[in-house]
Design a protein. Structure first.
Length: 450
């Protein structure tokens, strides 16, 4: 299950579910227009990986509407404070993810019906009521509950208003729109009655947004897997460096002996020849080292990630990762077939990321058998190469010539290949950008592997 959406600016988010299979393979290929001049000289592979790729894994369940830990919250007196906080965060996270996914699905539809919106509002109110019935009496747990309840109320209000704004012109959803607005008003009044936020904070949208962002991190912390990333091949790199220096030194030493034999004792000509040899050594040593390193690491993973449960500390998964700048001619046939189009593709720059993952569901937090991986791809380093210029387009309508100012846009193709067990899926997305943001994201039909 793969989903791609975009956030503000140049953030492209790829989310996938790691299901019942013990191992998972994932590749994405980013095809950039050749006119951008993107290359390793502009942004190195390592720099792009560390600066533009951000990966996070969380526990995941498909039963969002009935969170798994609701029964645990009802028995809060039998739980330690740490267990209660973990369960409460899981409950809130399940609700937040489900609400965001459902709202995006509704906004992506051309038309919405009042019945769909009524179902959403009733479900949200039901889940929030069940949460609020389990408010703890203990002060130390009550503060934690207030923070999470505050965020969920705000998130519900913002989601309802966002949906209501997107369907303002739709007649079939008018009653459903009023239901959304009513829920938003109720949640706003609920926070005021319980004095969750100060008047000064509520008067500033930016302060409220920043506060809620911090509360979201509070919710996600127990659910998000801790990770440890290790760069592979460091010892090998030192060995290659020593080997290259030794090989070059052997050659230089042999040439020095030959020069001494031919030129005789220490003379100015001999000194000049030795100086030339040492200069050549510095040049060829780096070239030889880079060549040996590329040959040794070709096709091998560059990084390893290990994932740990926040509560128990057990390692629950690991992955090996590759990232490089590929050439179109070297891509697999299935990927080239997926990247179809009428434009010349051989001049495109291709960024390739690959990961091979495995996990151990037996060590997962009780009740969870899957994880959700979110890869945030920041395209800002690519956007810097885009021309911010505008140009004019002309048209004729009723005998009059019309002139339109059009901004220059670029299209980037994203091809994703996933494999769980023996099942392979390849999909493509068209990403349209200008120099300030991602303008549009269009999914193309899944490609059937040959």
């Amino acid at each position: 299950m793969i989903n791609v959406d975009h956030r503000e600016g140049f953030s492209l988010r790829i989310s996938r579910i790691l299901g019942d299979e013990p191992s998972h393979e994932f590749d994405f290929y980013l095809f950039l227009p050749g006119e951008l001049g993107f290359s390793a000289e502009v942004v190195s592979e390592s720099e792009f990986y560390h600066g533009a790729l951000h990966i996070k894994r969380t526990y995941y369940s498909t039963r969002h509407e009935l969170p798994l830990i609701h029964s645990r919250l009802a028995r809060r007196t039998q739980l330690s404070p740490e267990r209660y906080r973990s369960g409460l965060s899981l409950y809130a996270f399940q609700y937040a993810v489900a609400l965001e996914q459902r709202s995006r699905a509704l906004e992506g539809k051309e038309t919405m019906t009042s019945s769909e919106l009524d179902e959403l509002t009733e479900l949200c109110q039901s889940i929030l009521r069940r949460l609020r019935r389990q408010k703890p009496a203990e002060e130390r747990l009550g503060k934690y509950f207030i923070n999470i309840d505050n965020y969920l109320s705000w998130l519900t209000e913002q989601t309802m208003l966002s949906l209501a704004a997107s369907i303002e012109e739709q007649e079939d959803a008018r009653s459903g729109r009023m239901a959304l607005i009513n829920v938003a008003k109720q949640e706003n009044q609920y926070r005021r009655e319980h004095q969750y936020n100060s008047e000064r904070a509520m008067a500033s949208p930016s302060r409220m947004s920043n506060k809620m962002r911090l509360l979201r991190r509070l919710i996600e912390y127990p659910v998000t897997l801790k990770e440890k990333r290790v760069e592979l091949g460091r010892l090998e790199q030192k060995g290659v460096k020593a080997l290259a220096a030794g090989m070059v030194m052997v050659v230089v030493s042999m040439l020095m002996f030959e020069a001494r034999t031919l030129l005789g004792d220490l003379t100015l000509r001999f000194v000049l020849v030795v100086a030339l040899m040492y200069a050549a050594r510095e040049v060829f040593k780096d070239d030889l080292r880079n060549t040996l390193w590329r040959w040794l690491r070709r096709g091998r993973p560059k990084w390893r990630r290990q994932y740990f449960d926040n509560f128990s500390g057990d390692m629950v998964g690991r992955s090996l990762e590759w990232f490089d700048y590929a050439r179109y001619q070297t891509l697999p046939e299935a990927i080239r077939r997926a990247r179809k189009g009428n434009v010349t593709k051989r001049d495109e720059h291709v960024l390739h990321y690959k990961s091979r993952s495995s996990h151990t569901p037996k060590r997962f937090l009780s009740g969870y058998e899957r994880t959700r991986e979110v890869i945030t791809l920041d395209l800002q380093s690519i956007a810097r190469l885009m021309d911010p210029g505008r140009y004019q387009v002309f048209d004729v309508e009723d005998g009059a010539i019309q002139r339109f100012d059009v901004e220059k846009r670029y299209q980037v193709n994203l091809v994703i290949r996933t494999m769980e067990g023996e099942q392979m899926v390849i999909r493509r997305w068209k990403v349209t950008l200008n120099h300030t943001r991602i303008v549009d994201l269009e999914a193309v039909e899944a490609v059937k592997p040959a």
